[in-house]
Design a protein around this ligand. Structure first.
Ligand code: PLP
Length: 391
């Protein structure tokens, strides 16, 4: 098998797996209890909080564990809305959010839900490489804007947004507007060392960086008044109830520390593989690279992302044929695959429907080898030839 779908999920790293093992069997204490076995669980959760915090230069007390990126995104938007409602009881203001047309569905569907409650939402359109500019965001601010949510990096096309610049531009005009970023695809993939000094809220997910599935986090900057989303017990300082998934959290923490320690090496390895693959794909006629690709912008693309539109083929058919050869890839976003509609991200950057339908996404990891990349491209060339000859 050649696994080139790391934006969908990653192989669990040994350090993460080993960190989880004790908490799946003998270390079963409830982290909220007071006796020794429980204290060990509590300590593991605290350790993971420190490990996750250090990736973004945050304090451990600013990290709240969740069930994954989707919950963190839902919490960010709904929590911001509830806080806004509490402050504005006059009902005169319905509230306004600024986000982008290329967010993950965890954001877009939550924004639509808030629209059903009366909030107005601006969905900013990116340029043809997927970038949103600070000026676009500040230009959309209204009196009752309470939240800006712009993803750190796009899951389909790999474009890295200027989130710091956006946050600084908004805060220079409106300190009361909360800034959220969905960093699910960027956390542990690119340097985010001081992002916590610029944004108020940040979502991340464990299974995108070699940790287990079903665990994530929301960073909430110290001092930000923010409503809880899951109500119940006093876990996570009373802000996210529910008995902690200790094993998952320990695995997440270990994966975060591991990615942080090896980040530079990982970025260079993935960048080299990505550039090799893109260069080789250019041998196929009518291939368009999606996302940041123009002169000077390649560094503003996720190191492992190769997203292309190949004219004259159906991406879904190519995926099935790649699978028959043991190659795992994706067309558009994994969460949207299976859906017949062309990807909302590719449409937002201006791809025509037939171009978008011919899209393929390969997301590489530092575990991949040059041989795997070369084999995948050779197999793909053959598949494209066969699909085009069918007409
Ligand atoms: N946000 C982005 C940008 C993603 O790519 C994903 C998953 O692919 C999510 C949110 C959802 O994360 P999770 O799978 O942890 O719920």
């Amino acid at each position: 098998m050649i696994y080139l779908d790391n934006a969908a999920t990653t192989k669990i790293e040994d350090v993460s797996f080993n960190a989880m093992l004790p908490f799946l069997k003998e270390e079963y204490g409830n982290a909220s209890a007071v006796y020794e076995i429980a204290r060990r669980s509590k300590k593991a959760v605290f350790e993971a909080r420190k490990q996750c915090a250090s990736l973004i230069g945050a304090m451990p007390s600013e990290i709240f564990f969740t069930s994954g990126g989707t919950e963190s995104d839902n919490w960010a938007l709904c929590g911001a809305y509830e806080s806004f409602r509490k402050k504005n009881t006059d009902k005169e203001k319905s509230g306004h959010i600024i986000t982008t047309a290329i967010e993950h569905h965890a954001i877009l569907h939550t924004a639509e839900y808030l629209e059903s409650l009366g909030v107005s939402v601006t969905y900013l359109k990116p340029d043809k490489e997927g970038f949103i500019s600070p000026e676009q965001v500040t230009g959309a601010l209204c009196d009752d804007t309470f939240l800006v949510s712009v993803m750190t990096a796009n899951n389909e096309i790999g474009t890295i947004e200027p989130v710091r610049e956006i946050a600084d531009a908004v805060k220079s005009l409106r300190k009361d507007v909360l800034i959220h970023t969905d960093a699910v695809q960027a956390f542990g993939q690119i340097g985010l060392q001081d992002i916590s000094k610029h944004v108020d809220l940040l979502s991340a997910s464990s299974h995108k960086l070699g940790g287990p599935k079903g665990v994530g986090m929301l960073f909430v900057r110290d001092g930000v008044k923010f409503s809880p989303y899951i109500r119940g017990g006093m876990q996570e300082s009373g802000r996210r109830a529910g008995t902690e998934n200790v094993a998952g959290i320990a695995g997440f923490g270990a994966a975060a520390e591991y990615s942080f320690a090896g980040l530079d090496a990982k970025i260079s390895a993935e960048t080299a593989l990505r550039d090799r693959m893109i260069a080789k794909l250019a041998d196929i006629t009518d291939v368009i690279v999606n996302g940041a690709y123009s002169e000077g912008n390649f560094s503003r693309r996720l190191p492992g992302n190769v997203s292309v539109c190949i004219k004259g083929i159906e991406g879904e058919s190519a995926l099935i044929m790649l699978d028959q050869k043991g190659i795992c890839a994706s067309s558009g976003s994994a969460c949207a695959s299976g859906a017949r509609e062309p990807s909302h991200v590719l449409k937002a950057i201006g791809r025509a429907d037939d171009e978008a339908k011919g899209s393929l996404r390969f997301t590489l990891s530092a575990h991949n080898t040059e041989e795997e990349i070369d084999t995948a491209v050779e197999v793909l060339k053959d598949i494209v030839g066969r699909l085009r000859s069918r007409g």
